[in-house]
Design a binder for this molecule. Sequence first.
Ligand code: ATP
Ligand code: MG
Length: 289
Amino acid sequence: MKLNLARFRVTSPRKFKLSDYSCSNTGRVKSKEQAEKILEANIKEMAELQDKMYAHDKWAVLLIFQAMDAAGKDGAIKHVMSGLNPQGTQVFSFKQPSAEELDHDYLWRINKSLPERGRIGIFNRSHYEEILVVKVHDLVEKEKLPHELIHNRIWEDRYRQFRDYERYLYENGIVTVKFFLHLSKDEQKRRFLKRIEDPTKNWKFSESDLKERKFWDEYQKTYEEAITNTASKYGPWYIIPADKKWFARLVISQVIVETMRKLKPVYPTPSEEHIANLQVYKERLLNEE
Ligand code: ATP
Ligand code: MG
């Protein structure tokens, strides 16, 4: 069965309404078991494509994960990457910027973490926080920018910077794909309660999660603006229904597979000279004392 990814994709800065997208609709996929079968096949194909991408050493893929707390970023990353070769993947989590990071432009830490050619880079949060949490909580004043650069069009400036940056990355062989794990407020509550009740999950919960939840509507609006203004063919957004983890993982794996397929990675063809030499090396090995 083929999932129609166009349902989840946003590629142009036109009218986009988050409320048009479901948090729980699983379409034609009716059960977790069915989803897991397809996920397994996707993970296998991803591993084959990754092997070629690594050998090809041309394109890199950057996967950006953004979401509200408890939407399942960590779990999705863990599952989807489970079949990949760790040598070909690089995962980075972005927290509140350190003093050193604040002494630089906001892309400094992002640039340092970009995937190398042939690799898959995963960002658990990203520079998108600069137009999300920073906007919701008005943190821009703390960013040490020159005062005259902080004006009420700063968000528009940043949207443009993000669009330009993703185009720049593409033109340099890095393909960006952005996932928004779209969780409902009710499901977040259920997951928070579980984190409180299950001792193995206690460490995942803190008071700040509750505080952030109070800003739910503000965040939804801010995500909507951010997605509307930064969706492009060089940096498509995928709005992933996240209330059912098994479905979210399935869609994410499908997006990754289809993105990698499009890059048509191939094993490098050895030169005729190299092929001839291989025969010589083989002889040497076989005739070893
Ligand atoms: P989890 O809660 O699932 O463990 P998390 O990604 O929420 O994962 P936390 O350590 O809870 O990790 O939170 C990191 C925090 O850092 C988030 O609240 C995020 O908004 C914040 N953050 C990330 N980048 C920036 C930034 N550029 N400016 C300000 N805050 C940021
Ligand atoms: Mg958190």
